[in-house]
Each structure stands twice: as C-alpha cells, then as structure tokens.
Ligand binder design. Structure first.
Ligand code: URP
Ligand code: ZN
Ligand code: ZN
Length: 463
C-alpha cells in the first residue's frame, strides 16, 4: 500500500521545506520533490498550501479510567477518534495498579480496554500505588518484556495514590538500574488534605475551593522534593502536568545545575486560569483538575519555560468527566468532584493558535513540544515524532489558515461540555494519517476502531 502526500511544506523540529512524502506499507520510504513523476501511489493526499507535520504525540491521557466512584467519559474508541481529529496519532495512557494487585494484572486490564477499540497507536505508563520487592521486580519485567518504560508516582492523594518518600526513593533507585523513567505527580498531598479538611469544616464547598486548597507552593515544594530525591538516586525525573511558576522555578534551577529534571505542561495551564472557578453556580466544576488552574500571571512563565526548554513537552492530561452525573457528584462538596478535564482533541490547534501565531514559540518548537520531544522522552523516537525515511507514516496535514470554533458541537470527545466553548482557533488539522492510512479527512473519520496498535516502548532519550 502506497500513500503519497503531495505538495506540502514539511515541518519537523529542525526543518521547514517543501517536499512530497511517500509512505509504503506504513513506513516513510521516500521524501523528495515531485515524487509523482516516478511513483504511482494507491492514495494521493493533496497538501498544497499546508504544513505536513509529524503526528501529534500525547503522552498523558486517561481513557476509561476509574476515578472517584465513576470513570472518565472517553474510552479508547471515542478518545482516540477525538485525538485523531485533533491531529494526534499516538498516545501514552496510564494503566493503574490495583491495591494488592500486580503490575502485570493492571497492564492486562488496560490492554483489554484498548484492544479492538483504539483508532491510533498507543502505549502505556504504569501508575504504582503500592511498592514492595515483588513490584520492584515487576518494574524490571515491564521494561524488559512489555515495553512499559515509565512509571507514574504520586506525591498527592493520600490513601488513594500517594506513595511515601521512602517508596518513591526505592522506585527511583530501581529505575537507576533498569533505565525506566519516573513521572511524578508533584503536589504535597499531606498539606492539601489538611487544607481541604479545614475548608469543608468551615462550610466552603464550592468548586473554587478545590483550587484554593491546592496552593501553587504545594506544587513547588513537591517538585523540589521530587528533584532532590531523583538527584540522590542518580536518575532523571519527569514532572507531569506542571502548572505553576513555583514548580517551574524548581525545574529551571535543577536544569541550570545540570540535573536531568524534565517537565511537561498542558494547554489548560496556558489558556485557562483561576478566574474560571469563579464562573456562576457550579460551572467552576468544569475546571476541577489537579493541579488546579492558577492565577493568570503564571502563564507567561510557562510560555517562557516552553520557549527556553525548561519545559520540554506539552501533553493534555485528558481526563474528561461530564457535568451531568459525574462532576455533579461534588455538588455539595468540591472534594467529591472527579478531577480532570477534556483536552485530547484541542491540543494542537490551541498551541498553534495561541503559541505559534502569537510568536511565543516557533513553528519548529511547536512540533518539538507536541511530537518530537514526547517521542524521545517516552522511547518512541525515531519511529514516531519525526518525518524521516524509516519513520512511521503518522502525518498531519495542517492548514495554518483554517479556523474553527471549539465547542461540544464541533468536537468529538464524549463529554457534555468543553472548557474552551466558543473559542475560535486558527490552524486546523485537515487530513490525518496513521501509518500511511488516512484516518481523518475534511471532517470525516475514515479509520477503524481497533486499527491502532500497541507500541512497545524503548527507554527514554533525554531532551
Ligand atoms: O485532575 C487530574 N489531573 N486528573 C487525572 C489524574 C492525574 O493526576 O493526572
Ligand atoms: Zn497527576
Ligand atoms: Zn493525569
């Protein structure tokens, strides 16, 4: 099967140039001018006047995830189809160890959730909730045999996800031997729980108290501690969903000292802010996520961090819950609102519109932050994350002039609200290819649930 993408401007993390791309049996086999003069393809994609970028890679998603007595609204079918519409062709989702359960059992469960449903390629991180010698041994096996090469640990949610500093340190020591990467949810869970208890005792139950009980300094403190523990263990650390200037300061300081500290941020922290919690009635629940949205002034710091490589990745933390029946669980108590928001479909357009068009980041940096760096950090590069001979034909034809209005009606995520409802963005994926197959074209999904393949990942390349 041959697919020719013709006449576009190829944009990678390092280059911008006009050329055609031939994908043969899923893999890019030729890049050059006027390939149609000597190649016959089964499918020709017209990319004239458009950018052709490597498919977006979202390394932080929660599809079909149980949380707070409910589960995230998108499963692997709806979530990956929405991702494809948004120009994302690979995800790394989080499998979750059950209390008393093994990592292998959790991985099997998540394979079952994805198999036959995923429309784009996918890998898994593993969330570790309990650590003992057996689990430490399983970490090695997951890396060696299963292609799961990163582990998320929590410094928040005591009794649910949080590990002690001792267990975090043990896991880090293990990754210093087995080459895995620790992805850290860095918020001081002990402090937050005390603040939550106090707020509720004082009758402060509205959604905004979710944010007011999770101060950015509790994120800064945990980030500093995570980096210090990683330094003692002699390993890199990757801070997930970094939201604040206080946390960023810790990552920057560490990197300036030459330490392998890494971090991702997410569009919600760049485009939404604390004021959203002040929306009327229960509307603030739409934005209940952890870490919470911060005051607007943090955004400028995050953009500078992205431009200057103190932040290396933009992921989504896609974790959607409907307002009806899900977010509503916390109508009378903000601590019962399921944490998370939708974003898998809007990342590429938001970042292009709000980052590239405004001059905050370059076009190459856009590709680097949304595809190349996530691929490198999560062991997917160079099969994914770039456009080169030998790479998978995961390509997005991106129209820099097209506009769209974000909202429940225009988007495909299975959630009854959108945090960006009514926002107009310029820069839209028009055709999306997964391993050479056109899966989205001009607003239509042409792929098939189940065509997405599990990707066994290698260990990280630091960026
Ligand atoms: O609020 C969030 N972020 N929900 C998903 C779980 C997590 O901590 O990433
Ligand atoms: Zn988290
Ligand atoms: Zn998350």
């Amino acid at each position: 099967m041959k697919t020719l993408v013709k006449g576009g401007t190829i944009v990678t993390a390092s280059d911008i140039y006009g050329a055609d791309i031939l994908v043969e049996d899923g893999t890019i086999s030729l890049i050059g001018k006027d390939l149609d003069t000597f190649v016959t393809a089964d499918t020709v994609v017209d990319a004239v006047g458009k950018y052709v970028i490597p498919g977006g890679i979202d390394v932080h998603t929660h599809l079909d995830m149980p949380f707070g007595g409910t589960k995230s609204a998108d499963d692997f079918e709806s979530g990956t189809i929405a991702a494809a519409f948004g120009g994302t062709t690979s995800i790394v989702d989080f499998a979750i160890q059950s209390f008393g359960g093994s990592l292998h059992t959790a991985l099997e469960q998540w394979h079952k959730k994805a198999e036959g449903k995923a429309a784009i390629d996918y890998g898994f991180h593993m969330i570790i909730r309990e650590l003992n010698n057996q689990i430490l041994g399983e970490m090695d096996e997951l890396i060696r045999r299963e292609g799961v090469t990163s582990f998320k640990l929590f410094m928040a949610y005591p009794g649910v996800f949080m590990l002690s500093d001792g267990d975090i340190f043990r896991a880090m020591q293990r990754t210093s031997e087995n080459g895995g990467l620790i992805c850290m949810h860095a918020e001081n869970g002990g402090v937050i729980d005390v603040l939550v208890e106090k707020a509720l005792a004082e009758g402060r139950t509205a959604p905004k108290y979710h944010a007011l009980t999770r101060p950015s300094k509790a994120e800064g403190e945990a980030t500093r501690r995570a980096i210090a523990l990683a330094e003692i263990a002699g390993v890199p650390v990757y801070i997930v969903h970094l939201s604040s200037a206080h946390a960023l300061e810790q990552v920057r300081e560490a990197r300036d000292m030459g330490l392998p500290a890494h971090a991702e941020t997410c569009p919600q922290y760049l485009f939404l802010d604390y004021d959203n919690y002040e929306e009327d009635g229960f509307e603030g629940a739409k934005y209940v996520m952890s870490p919470p949205l911060r005051e607007k002034w943090h955004q400028e710091h995050l953009w500078k961090g992205l431009a200057g490589n103190d932040l290396q990745v933009i992921s989504t933390d896609h974790c959607p819950f409907c307002m009806k029946e899900q977010k509503e669980l916390g109508k009378d108590d903000f601590s019962k609102i399921p944490n998370g928001a939708p974003g898998i479909e809007t990342r590429m357009s938001l970042i292009y519109d709000g980052g590239v068009r405004t001059g905050k980041i370059s076009l190459n940096r856009f590709v680097e932050l949304t595809s190349t760096n996530p691929a490198k950090m999560m062991g997917l590069y160079p099969k994914k994350g770039t456009i080169s001979v030998g790479a998978d034909g995961d390509l997005v034809v991106f129209d820099p002039d097209a506009t769209m209005t974000l909202g429940v009606k225009t988007l495909h995520m299975k959630v009854d609200y959108n945090p960006y409802e009514g926002r107009q963005v310029q820069g839209v994926p028009t055709t999306v290819l997964s391993r050479g197959n056109v899966i989205v074209d001009k607003g239509l999904f042409l792929g098939k649930p189940g065509d997405g393949k599990y990707v066994s990942r290698k260990t990280y390349t630091l960026v």
